[in-house]
Design a protein around this ligand. Structure first.
Ligand code: FAD
Length: 400
């Protein structure tokens, strides 16, 4: 049975789209998961066939900007849809939710030429972005360590450097590169810039593909050698890259958190199915206190994370991003997914470790979620610092 989506604060459009996405995931994607999990040409073809079907059903790019085909205006509303999309680990490319972040960044901070050359083809499904921030040999959590450089000469940017763990590097048609455009003597908030590099540009080279826990999610290592691109491929302002990076991370963290919450809910539903299966009944799983603890822990983690995401989403919708809530929401969603996938895997015994259930793949995603887009420690540190700073000037922290 499909969820009821009874929350009154959401628009009718969001509730209707969430129901349609839920049905599409249930009937079109989940039955195809075993084939989608097999990497290679066949699974890529199936993914693109499903993306075509999603587009025909009016479910493609739902969180693109409204001016570019999107259908949902607020992040709080998108939570309803994103958690349904997120119920399968294969949904992102099918619903184009993986490019929504770039669409918003390019629309807001790109010039007209960028809109025409990169944004428009991307929302039409003819271009795929990737984002080049992390570099080999340096902590990805510390932007001051970025060594990729770009300098401007006679109307062109010249870029040199190396990036790794870049999602979709092998299939992307362009990369947004975070590069240093001023020396160490310049304050970091004026020293980094974002510049677009089309994948075919001479000097842009995929050095190798990297696997994550034995599985390829399309992360690659890319070298940039004397890459030359026109001056107007700069996004935002020269030197304003750190601010753009933080804006990108904030929205990106929330979008991912919403998907993870959906995946965590799927794990909880799988636990319910196992407990009430014939096998579960024989073992009287429903009566075991420790099994109740598993489902309680999962529920508590999901419900808490969902509420934090809602608070964070509202702050972004109100153009007043609450960094504490955003970072805490990302961590809470990742934590909920880790708990949910681990408890579900445990309840399924050996089957949970095999490819007879989707849990092995989900568990792998759960593990990457603690590092991707800000590792746990950095986020805890950032939230803790902000809270402590708050108490320097206030006696009370208001949760309103
Ligand atoms: C699935 C996946 C997809 C990715 N896609 C992209 C992409 O498309 N583009 C891109 O640019 N990058 C991408 N990355 C890279 C990602 O952004 C980095 O992994 C992340 O920023 C962390 O950087 P790092 O791996 O260098 O780890 P580091 O920054 O070196 O951190 C490693 C560990 O050091 C410890 N640590 C770090 N900072 C602190 C702190 N402040 N306090 C305490 N301990 C700390 C933590 O234990 C942390 O896990 C991806 C990563 C994954 C896993």
């Amino acid at each position: 049975m499909l969820p009821a989506f009874s929350a009154t604060s959401h628009t009718e459009t969001a509730k209707r789209l969430a129901r349609k996405v839920s049905a599409f995931v249930e009937t079109e994607i989940i039955p195809n998961e075993p084939l989608l999990a097999q990497q290679g040409e066949r699974s890529l073809r199936l993914q693109s066939d499903l993306a075509y079907k999603a587009r025909q059903a009016g479910l493609y790019g739902l969180f693109y900007p409204l001016s570019h085909g999107g259908k949902i205006a607020s992040l709080e509303d998108y939570l309803l849809v994103a958690e349904q999309e997120g119920r399968t680990e294969f949904s992102q490319a099918i619903f184009a939710s993986h490019t929504a972040l770039d669409a918003h960044m390019l629309l807001k901070f790109g010039n007209e030429a960028i809109h025409e050359q990169f944004l428009q083809p991307m929302v039409s499904g003819d271009a795929l972005p990737c984002y080049g921030m992390t570099e080999p040999g340096h902590s990805g959590s510390i932007p001051s360590l970025i060594t990729t450089t770009a300098y401007l000469s006679n109307g062109y940017w010249y870029i040199d450097g190396r990036k790794w763990f870049i999602s979709n590097a092998d299939r992307a048609t362009f990369m947004t590169v975070l590069a240093r455009t001023a020396g160490k003597e310049t304050a970091l908030n004026q020293a980094l810039s974002m510049i677009i590099v089309p994948a075919g540009t001479p000097g842009f080279k995929i050095e190798r593909q990297l696997t994550m826990m034995g599985h390829s999610y399309g992360q690659g290592e890319v070298s940039l050698t004397a890459v030359q691109v026109p001056e107007h491929y700069l996004i935002g302002t020269c030197g304003g890259g750190l601010d753009l990076m933080n804006k990108r991370l904030g929205l990106g963290r929330l979008l991912r958190a919403m998907n993870w919450i959906g995946l965590a809910q799927r794990c909880m539903d799988l636990m319910g199915a196992r407990i009430h299966s014939i096998r579960g009944k024989f073992s009287r799983l429903a009566e075991k206190q420790l099994v109740r603890q598993h489902i309680f822990n999962t529920y508590q983690a999901i419900a808490g994370a969902r509420e934090l995401i809602r608070i964070a989403a509202r702050s972004v919708d109100a153009q007043n991003p609450d960094e504490i809530a955003i970072n805490a929401a990302k961590m809470a969603a990742s934590h909920a997914l880790c708990i949910a996938s681990d408890c579900a895997m445990q309840l399924y015994g050996a089957e949970g470790l095999s490819d007879l259930t989707p849990l092995y793949g989900i568990n792998r995603i759960a593990r990457t979620s603690r590092i991707l887009d800000g590792n746990d420690e950095s986020l805890i540190s950032s939230v803790g610092r902000r809270l402590i700073n708050h108490y320097q000037h206030h006696a009370v922290y208001s949760f309103d």
